[in-house]
Design a protein around this ligand. Sequence first.
Ligand code: MG
Length: 175
Amino acid sequence: MISKKLQDAINDQINKELFSEYLYISMKSWCLSNDLEGFANWMDVQSKEERFHAMKFYNFINDRGGRIILKAIDAPQADFKSPEDVIDTGLKHEYTVTASINKIMDLAIAESDHAAASFLKWFIDEQVEEEANFTKVLNKVKLSGGAGAGLFMIDQELAKRVYTPPAGAAADTAA
Ligand code: MG
């Protein structure tokens, strides 16, 4: 059985992951309106990962005998200055998600909830990858000067990203 404190923290995290999904489809729409279809595809894949994260937390609360409570999702940012601003905003957002997951891990450790700590380890590792993915794209956009042929080439590269759910994962069905 999960503690009330941990359950509340994970319910808040579900909201943060769903907000992330919302933010990235908002970024996708900005990219589409600026004819950056590769960037839009990259954000679409990212948004699907966020939905997966939310449902992974969702299923964990249920598996531990807790109660899932969904909250209102804030409106995401709609306007951005440039493709660089889009990616930079996404990276900064991921930093806040990492900090939030670290706090939940601190709580699981404080409560000696080993099942929660084991579960959260996946997210600790995932955040390393999330930050690295955004950082790589941001550095490429910066190298290109954020315009012209360089940006066009990055857009072509980002068009190739494909969403692959983790092996054995059935995040959208309550196990
Ligand atoms: Mg996430």
